[in-house]
Design a protein around this ligand. Sequence first.
Ligand code: FES
Length: 108
Amino acid sequence: MPKIVIQNLYNKRVATKRHDKKVLDIIHENQIDWMHACGKKGRCTSCKMIVIEGMENLNPLTDREQNYRDLHRLADNERLSCQSTLLKGELVIRVAEKNKFPHMDYSE
Ligand code: FES
């Protein structure tokens, strides 16, 4: 069962039985607030996640992500959670500092 661990949200763990879900949808289905300024269209980078482990468990970069990578707005260890599908296994991520919400309590 695909699983996500959000390190700087007190290692919050969420899982899904599906193998075709976007990471951001899995996060939202578990009532975790995560920024998505463009409405999950791949047109901003506010939903960016820092991938600590499990990059190989995601779909290849989409054209929109490649575009941001070419513009140096998406580092090699980052993906857009609205464009990334968790195909299998575990994914360990962090919320980027600039995309944290003021009303949320984040850990180290
Ligand atoms: S919500 Fe804008 S790129 Fe993902």
